[in-house]
Write a protein that binds this ligand. Sequence first.
Ligand code: AMP
Ligand code: MN
Ligand code: MN
Ligand code: MN
Length: 291
Amino acid sequence: MTRIDLHSHSSVSDGTDTPADVIGHAVAAGLDVLALTDHDTVGGIGEAAEHLPPGFTLVPGMELSCAYAGSSVHLVSYLFDPEHPVLAAELRRIRSDRASRAEEMVALLREHGVDVSMERVLRIAGAGRDEYADANTIGRPHLARAIVEAGAARDVQDAFDRWIGSGGPAHVARYALDPVRAVELVRAAGGVCSLAHPARAEGALTGSVPVELAERMAAAGLGGIEADHPSHNRAQTKEWRGVAADLGVVVTGSSDDHGTLTGRRLGCRTTDPEAFERLVAPATGASLVSG
Ligand code: AMP
Ligand code: MN
Ligand code: MN
Ligand code: MN
């Protein structure tokens, strides 16, 4: 049975393992197919592609940050053309806004007496490392690690709870796409996409993506819903499997591994091979990479 995991992060965004090491862990976890889906960047795909053993397949991908009604909605996107001019411009804007937003959050933390610096956050993020230049994304997990180092939180989770989670004293929102427009953009760039962890849309609303939004995303060309995600309980998985069936899109299952940040868990959820074939069939923007 082919084992397929369609959502993972490397140190190019907020994961802790290099792209090469993510592939190594995926092989060790018995996976045959892995999508590397760093936040708002494809900066790690080249390195990952150079480390594939024979018979292993890499799905070039990305997790795109979107916002809806004060909540964060994520879209795991695959096999698009990263050079598509509109998409590429949006990704540059998102990454640059992430950097200025991190500066604002550092300033707020300092006002609250937390001794963090932007220099340290950039170093933790690996941003500015020559090989990735501006392709790295800076995210709150990097800030959280700086907060822990400064002694103002016990661990990353505590840093989110005290300081930088939605509604926290040092939380700053970031630029993000409308989810329907994001689906249209990924499709225009020849890609396909799945609605990431729909029961975990951090923010103002209930914590779940409204079904009416999922409907409009499906009408715009959404191909899947990530009903199987480690943050979903049984009821949520069942509910979103039902929504996927109602909307005629496939169910995807993925680990959303972030290395030691989440605890290594590649392959803890997987996608059915038939669902995978159906999801990627319309893609024209890039190709699967085989080792
Ligand atoms: P950002 O993209 O900068 O807004 O940060 C969001 C990322 O932070 C997510 O992709 C997760 O990796 C991580 N995250 C979000 N909420 C939490 C939380 N409560 N505890 C730990 N990590 C979190
Ligand atoms: Mn993340
Ligand atoms: Mn996400
Ligand atoms: Mn993710």
